[in-house]
Write a protein that binds this ligand. Structure first.
Ligand SMILES: NC(=O)c1ccc[n+]([C@@H]2O[C@H](COP(=O)([O-])OP(=O)(O)OC[C@H]3O[C@@H](n4cnc5c(N)ncnc54)[C@H](OP(=O)(O)O)[C@@H]3O)[C@@H](O)[C@H]2O)c1
Length: 419
């Protein structure tokens, strides 16, 4: 049916590309382009003989709009799937606008250089106006709304698991189970064990920034910010068991607050073990999570990038990770004048993912929805001009595709609530 250009070839892209290759009646051609082309070639070789899709590779610097434009003009894809880092979202959106191609990603824009004075001035104004201090937010990408609309192009933002599937679960709950959703609790549990004292499940720089930042939630029309890790709850996760979880800021809260009419509270919790938190606090206290450059032996280094080089590569965790993830949402609200609550969730087994695509479940649970969102834009079901997050479309074809492509979900109509 069409051609996808995937930018980035890390953990998430590895899964998404294998899923596109499995779905070769939709993805008849796949071009894999990244900073390090050897990784793209290795993946192409791995897929040799396993798919009817025609696979090509390229090298690209996705920080450079001109290089991206040249690549897109040469490849002529129907859609660009951005699975590089959130730092590259805007350059890739610019290149899509310049070449007339649809855009898809899994994470909202984040500035790489948070010391840049021009960026900081906008950031500090936004902190004051909106009341949360995360380095990432949707304003940068929502600012492209008119340009995508005028160009007749779709930009689909945040089609991973969270954001992504969690927002589709919300749209599905609103369509089929509620007249009014009052509260949403998003619960992200990784019950996996990789056997290392400390490692992150996806890009350490992005992951550690997210976890060490203040938490925040949406309540009665405004943001409430709290010190990092200061709200803790315990929850008994289906197929995983009892875990500690902590309230974090998370990007889908921002778009759900805008798109779910009348919602009163939205919170996001993620599970962490005590050992992970102790390691992270220690690294933070000694300055290893710093994202600004320091001088070392006459050379500039960024501490968190050095840490990334020291930690296990997330892509290498697959064979050693055992256990399951359980990610989903608990909704409360009303239907036909009566109070109700439901939970929609997916359980994913790390070892089953490894058997299928040689990846752990974190990349799997992001890569599968990235393929699904891209498919729905390509086949026209989710194609409309403008910039959208996933809850703004009909959830039903996406929910069907989750069942079909490896992330089956469950609706529990009598869930345990979080206080
Ligand atoms: N929504 C969700 O549920 C969710 C969950 C997890 C992750 N994510 C998002 O998924 C994306 C990918 O994460 P990941 O864990 O796969 O990260 P990763 O393993 O670090 O992979 C990133 C890839 O992007 C490439 N890249 C980085 N900068 C580039 C540049 N300037 N030009 C070209 N290529 C560049 C890297 O190239 P090299 O190989 O040369 O380093 C690497 O192949 C991130 O945006 C992350 O935030 C979303």
């Amino acid at each position: 049916m069409g051609k996808v250009l995937v930018i980035g070839c890390g953990g998430v892209a590895g899964v998404a590309i294998q899923k596109c290759a499995q779905n070769d009646s939709v993805f008849t051609e796949i071009c894999i382009a990244s900073r390090t082309e050897s990784k793209c070639i290795a993946l192409k070789n791995k897929l040799e003989g396993k798919t009817k899709a025609v696979i090509t590779t390229a090298q690209v610097d996705a920080d450079n709009v001109d290089s991206l434009v040249a690549l897109i003009n040469q490849v002529k894809p129907d859609v660009v799937l951005n699975l590089a880092l959130p730092y590259q979202d805007l350059t890739i959106m610019d290149a899509c606008l310049a070449t007339g191609v649809h855009y898809i990603d899994t994470a909202n824009y984040e500035a790489e250089d948070t010391e840049d004075p021009a960026w900081r001035a906008i950031y500090e104004k936004r902190c004051k106006e909106l009341g949360f201090s995360a380095y990432f937010d949707y304003s940068w990408q929502w600012a492209y709304q008119e340009r995508f609309k005028e160009a007749g192009l779709t930009a689909l933002l945040g089609t991973g698991f969270d954001p992504g599937v969690t927002s589709v679960f919300t749209a599905y709950a609103l369509k089929h189970y509620f007249d009014q959703i009052d509260t949403i609790d998003i619960l992200d549990c990784n019950g996996g064990d990789h056997g290392y004292p400390f490692a992150t499940n996806f890009n350490p720089e992005i992951n550690l920034r997210e976890v060490s930042a203040p938490g925040s939630y949406w309540e009665n029309g405004k943001w409430i910010e709290i010190p990092a890790m200061s709200i803790k709850r315990e929850y008994n996760f289906e197929e995983v068991g009892m875990k500690d979880m902590y309230l974090l800021h998370h990007e889908e809260i921002e778009s759900l607050a805008k798109n779910i009419p009348g919602v009163k509270r939205i919170r996001f919790f993620m599970t962490f073990g005590q050992s992970y938190l102790t390691h992270m606090k220690c690294l933070e206290n000694v300055g290893m999570l710093r994202t600004d450059p320091i001088m070392f032996n006459g050379q500039e280094i960024v501490p968190i990038q050095l840490l990334k080089a020291l930690l296990p590569d997330p892509a290498s965790l697959g064979p050693r990770t055992v256990g399951k993830t359980n990610i989903g949402c608990i909704f409360t609200g009303t239907k036909d004048g009566k109070q109700r609550s439901i939970k929609i969730y997916n359980v994913c087994d790390h070892q089953e993912c490894y058997k299928e695509v040689e990846s752990q479940a974190i990349s799997y649970t992001t890569g599968v929805p990235a393929m699904i969102g891209t498919m729905l834009v390509m086949n026209g079901l989710w194609k409309k001009p403008g910039v959208f997050t996933v809850e703004e479309f009909d959830p039903d074809p996406y929910m069907d595709a989750l069942n079909k492509w490896g992330l089956p979900w469950v609706v529990d109509e009598n869930p345990v609530l979080v206080d």
